[in-house]
Write a protein that binds this ligand. Structure first.
Ligand code: FAD
Length: 452
């Protein structure tokens, strides 16, 4: 059954040069880049904080790929780690040469950084419709506690993760069938851990490596990863099922931990997976949240039963929303195919680089050897819609390419590229897709971005 929504007048609540939709690692970075270039910039976010999966799900390991030999990207993404450390909101990440970012503290850092870049934030507002004239997008409609309102903008950057704006604007996109999509996760965090006892257990008994990964996926490494330390647990959950501590059908429980605080908190327990859910479907999101919370409680029961240091563990909190890994990917002017990320792809329209870090869809490759690929501007430019750019995990690419580009630091790289291109194209007086590449690359390099 369908009904017709009655037409009504809605107020224009803001006009801006550049509008960023979604405030995750991509959107936050796009907004800062555009604001710093002097473009009048606004960011709209559906929840009450910026950071996306980082702050909303509690994904603190911003650069866990970094090792001795890594050739890393530079740019605004690197500033997040520095700012977090300066503010006392960072801890040593356990498996790499990087800092985990305190996901609560980062909410404040993000607020500060957009204020410093003169960006106007609007939180608690969902983008639910777009305004288009012909093929050109010129605004969006938001829904919030204040009702519906229109925001007019000369350039729009879709950083929703799900390519919501691109989809609403009629840009073509791909989405794999639900049986193929990567799993979703209810991230959880515990308190009451005896960290010393746990660390002793890990170093003396568990001795986990990447070769242990395997319950929820099969993975292909290059071989060099297999013996490296990985904060991963699997066997205890299998044992818990076999011995009846948790239900036998709780099959997708196994995964990683991250940092521990001095107060005995375990952060980013990424240990439960639900498969077969479409994160652009509210019914699926509902079921996955409910299933994931139950799985997390079972995971805690198993941890308490078998893991030294976790005997008195207590649920501290779930992520404030389900963690999504994969949904829509736009069809861009350029499509990054899997070979590009697996074989150090190069391109003329590079807006940044990302080290050879591939995590998901059957691969775990760590950038220990200095290999990296370039990211083409064309994969941020959707087909068929003018003055819209897309950054973050929904840019145009293949399945394996996505598992690299979905990582937060890479989302920050594409965010910086998109925010800079939006501002730069306005300055040049050309459509976003026609921005002069030499000038854009020059601006990015001046900002400290590594494009070669
Ligand atoms: C469980 C889990 C663990 C992960 N672990 C790691 C890890 O260890 N390291 C790593 O680098 N990456 C990890 N990732 C991947 C990474 O977190 C995401 O791919 C990354 O955050 C994507 O960034 P983004 O900016 O594209 O989107 P998101 O982080 O999803 O941000 C999108 C933002 O847009 C907002 N939004 C969405 N729709 C609308 C709308 N219609 N209107 C307004 N606002 C909207 C959202 O609220 C959100 O703030 C993990 C992901 C998951 C789910």
């Amino acid at each position: 059954m369908k009904i017709i929504e009655p037409q009504k007048e809605i107020p224009v609540i803001a006009e801006t040069d550049v509008l960023i939709v979604g405030g995750g690692p991509a959107g936050l970075t796009a907004a800062i880049a555009s604001g710093r270039l002097g473009a009048k910039t606004m960011i709209v976010e559906r929840y009450g904080c910026l950071g996306g999966m980082l702050t909303q799900a509690g994904v603190e390991s911003f650069a866990w790929y970094r090792h001795e030999g890594t050739v890393d990207c530079e740019g605004i993404g690197r500033e997040y780690e520095v700012r977090a450390q300066e503010a006392g909101f960072a801890r040593q990440e356990p498996q790499s040469k990087s800092l985990a970012i305190d996901t609560e503290g980062f909410k404040v850092i993000a607020d500060r950084m957009i204020a410093e870049a003169n960006v106007t934030p609007l939180y608690h507002s969902w983008v639910v419709e777009v305004l288009k004239e012909g093929n050109t997008i010129y605004g969006v409609i938001v829904e919030s506690k204040s009702g519906r309102g229109a925001i007019l903008a000369k350039r729009i950057v879709d950083c929703t993760g799900d390519a919501d704006v691109a989809a609403l604007a009629g840009a073509p996109f791909n989405q794999r069938s639900t049986d193929k999509l990567m799993g979703v996760t209810v991230m959880f965090h515990c308190a009451g851990i005896d960290v010393q006892r746990f660390n002793k257990f890990v170093s003396e008994d568990l001795k986990p490596t990447y070769a242990d990964w395997g319950k929820n996926w099969t993975i292909q490494t290059t071989g060099k990863e297999d013996d490296m330390f990985s904060p991963y647990m699997e066997e205890i959950f299998t044992k818990a099922q076999e011995e009846g501590v948790i239900p036998g059908d709780a099959s997708a429980i196994a995964g990683t931990w991250s940092t521990f605080s001095e107060a005995g908190e375990a952060h980013q327990l990424n240990m439960v997976y639900s498969f077969g859910y479409d994160c652009t479907n509210a019914w699926d999101l509902t079921k996955a949240e409910i299933e994931g919370r139950q799985q997390a409680l079972w995971a805690i029961d198993a941890l308490k039963h078998y893991v030294p240091g976790f005997e008195k563990a207590k649920l501290r909190n779930f992520g404030m929303t389900l963690g999504t890994r994969e949904s829509r990917l736009i069809v861009g002017e350029t499509h990054i195919d899997d070979e590009h990320v697996l074989n150090q792809g190069r391109c003329d329209d590079s807006i940044g680089i990302f080290p050879e870090f591939i995590d998901g869809s059957g691969y775990l490759i760590l950038p220990t050897t200095g290999r990296y690929f370039q990211i083409p501007y064309g994969c941020l430019v959707p087909q068929q819609v003018e003055n819209l750019l897309v950054a973050g995990r929904s840019i145009s690419g293949g399945v394996v390419a996505h598992t690299s580009m979905r990582n937060m630091m890479c989302c920050a790289v594409t965010g910086e590229g998109a925010g800079t291109a939006a501002a730069e194209s306005l300055k040049q007086g050309v459509n976003a897709r026609d921005v002069d590449m030499t000038l854009l690359q020059g601006t990015l390099v001046k900002q400290g971005v590594r494009i070669h």
